[in-house]
Design a protein around this ligand. Sequence first.
Ligand code: AMP
Length: 287
Amino acid sequence: MQIVSSIAAMQRLAKKWQRAGTRIGFVPTMGYLHAGHLSLVKRARQAVGKNGKVVVSIYVNPTQFAPTEDLSKYPRDLKRDLKLLRELKVDAVFTPSDAEMYSNKSQNAFSTYVAEEKLSQTMEGASRPTHFRGVTTIVAKLFNIILPDVAVFGQKDFQQAAIIKRMVTDLNFPVKIIVAPTLREHDGLAMSSRNKYLTGDLRRQATILWRAIQKTQAAVKKAKSISAAKQKADLKKLIESEPDAKLDYVEFFDPETLSPVSKISHGAQIALAVFIGKTRLIDNAKL
Ligand code: AMP
């Protein structure tokens, strides 16, 4: 497994593979890997086959964090991550530094961003206004460095996947986007690097996101069509019955357009963000 931290070296390697007709599968991550990440790596291998190359990036991208967020505290364990990726026979891991990715930023000279302007306005985009601009910018940069034929993203970040797909279509990136299912702990909590922050009773309280989703799934199954406004009010009450839980948002929307729906029926998507203590968790599911 090659560990590459320079952009020039990664591009050289990718171009060499490309010239040889080797398919490249790519999984972007911020590291502190869990089984959810590893399932994306396996999906990438499946997509490019044993003769293809799988590249994983590990980079905590500062432009997708607001100044008030957990950038400096974001969990990291590169040694463990590399061990896990080696076991999966990943071909290359791209681990650039901030100076490498935003070389001119200290001189305030980095000034080109990629921004999706429609799908990114609601939910995560409304709560974290600069977040998706950071995501689309870094993913566009990574696509230009790693030159993937296929890239795998998780459904866990449903809105992010929709925005990346739109960016790829709008800007004609020659890459196929695969969206892979969310892996969960036994009690339903979606796997996340941030789950590390959930100490003591917070870990139990964090299952409230999955319980809220399941309650809504059961309600839709029973009533066929329910009022989004009423369901939002009911879920806020349910979620905030946990002592350290605070609802940021819950939304019901069309999974293709991300447009909110006022009546929830089978096939609609639910997404929510909840603070459990200081940790902000997100989850989503089809209803
Ligand atoms: P992150 O390291 O949080 O930026 O996530 C990297 C990729 O892993 C993204 O495409 C996420 O959607 C995906 N991912 C995160 N958590 C999960 C999970 N529990 N199951 C599947 N994919 C996930």
